[in-house]
Design a protein. Sequence first.
Length: 472
Amino acid sequence: MTRAANDGPPRLFDVVIIGAGQAGVPLAHDLASAGRRVLLVERKHLGGSCVNFGCTPTKAALASAQVAHDARHAAEFGVRVGEVHVNFADVMERARRVSRESRQGLEASFDPGGDPALLRGHARLAGRGEHGVLVHVGDEVVEAPAIVLNTGTRSLVPDVEGLRDGPFLHAGNWLELDERPEHVVMLGGGYIGVEMSQFYRRVGARVTLVDRGEHLLGREDEDVSDALRGALENEGVEFRLASHVERIAHDAGAVRVHVTSGDRRDVLDASHVFVATGRRPNTDDLGLETLGVRVNEQGVIEVDERLSTSEPGVWAAGDVRGGPMFTHTAWDDYRVLASQLTGDGSRTTRRLVPYGVFTDPQLGRVGLSEREARDAGRAVRVARYDLNRNGKANELGRPDGFIKLLVDANDDLLLGAAVLASQGAELVHVYVDLMNADAPRAVLANAVHVHPTLSEAVQSVAREFDRDPQRS
Ligand SMILES: Cc1cc2nc3c(=O)[nH]c(=O)nc-3n(C[C@H](O)[C@H](O)[C@H](O)COP(=O)(O)OP(=O)(O)OC[C@H]3O[C@@H](n4cnc5c(N)ncnc54)[C@H](O)[C@@H]3O)c2cc1C
Ligand SMILES: NC(=O)c1ccc[n+]([C@@H]2O[C@H](COP(=O)([O-])OP(=O)(O)OC[C@H]3O[C@@H](n4cnc5c(N)ncnc54)[C@H](O)[C@@H]3O)[C@@H](O)[C@H]2O)c1
């Protein structure tokens, strides 16, 4: 039963978590297991971005695209499969099913009337009450001494003339499309832009990716991002980098995208525009001002390394706290907060954060890029190993890509790695674990790895330094 805002005292909890994203759900269960009365408030679907339109369905869709790609290339392996037809509606239905099943698993983990309690609705902070912070959820008022904000992000839509005059695709609605687009103009060459470009291309659409930067994935070293661009170009993805979208005209279900690149002006005629130009935090309608919780100019909540906001008792987790925006970092935030709220408080956001880009080849990354290391004035040695030198990569027909490894020139400790390879996001974990263990390069170089595996290449790059001791 809901209680009107002015109808009796607020329901009391020990912790109210706003947003059932990647931190909120496990944290709710953990705190309840530790004996806290916990309320989790969600305005839409349990699982947030990752489960409902992000990681889960995009990787399911990319898996379909991989099957189509492999089928088209079957003859290279001596296998004839005939003409390959992609049923776009079936691809999308599969992605929706995988997403739905994941969400249903989360829903089944909450018992009506149990602890943690689940309340559906949009939550807003409403200042302080007698026992802690007041939170309005529709007509109901709840109160708790500890609040966790896990409200995530939504697509950042750039201020391009004409864009909003008609429909456009973005991370939040792409799953609704059932008809294969003819020509997608992808705005943005970050994580979403490159993954979704390869998806649409492999299911048969024409794709033109436009980015204002000169390189894809702006944080990466140029040799890495340019190699990925080359792989996508080989599949027919077209690029307009260092370009600016001046305006967009919607016309009877089609779109005309006016692009300038230096002195060159073009009009791209497309069926769809997909906006992948970054994310903005869901903090603008959260009542943060009622407590004075500090946010930066982009609306990102300011936190310390314990995920405490500027207001005592108010914590933030996941994308809404800025910094790396990944499911695994949001999930680790849950462990940081469990440590702060019921543990010894020792766990913090001082951590090594790897990430993957799930194109084919995949990019697995950890630590510093070469540019970051040199910009920071580090004495660094760099080695590169091309996958076409690895037996397994050739046997699998996946010789594209390379591994780049950075070590500290003084102590030979690993500083960072980029693995652009089939299964690169899996392979990078060897480096993650060595870096967390502060293990020197020799541990990897002297290990025995199974033959034939891609993991031999993970080791081979570490041995490259010994072939050329002067390498810097
Ligand atoms: C297309 C796409 C692909 C991605 N792929 C990957 C990937 O492969 N790997 C990876 O690591 N990361 C990926 N990410 C990023 C990942 O999804 C996010 O980093 C992760 O979901 C962040 O989780 P979160 O808990 O911070 O927020 P979210 O998962 O966004 O959850 C926030 C929740 O809060 C709810 N909410 C917001 N405001 C309120 C309110 N006022 N009241 C009640 N509820 C509210 C929202 O409805 C939502 O359910 C991807 C993202 C996108 C968009
Ligand atoms: N594999 C993964 O882990 C994964 C996958 C998808 C998304 N994500 C998360 O989602 C977040 C958002 O991804 P994203 O790709 O939307 O953002 P992003 O910040 O990674 O990339 C945005 C890109 O858009 C470009 N851009 C911005 N404004 C533009 C404009 N007006 N015209 C042309 N280009 C423009 C930028 O130069 C940049 O390259 C990422 O930070 C990431 O953490 C992760």
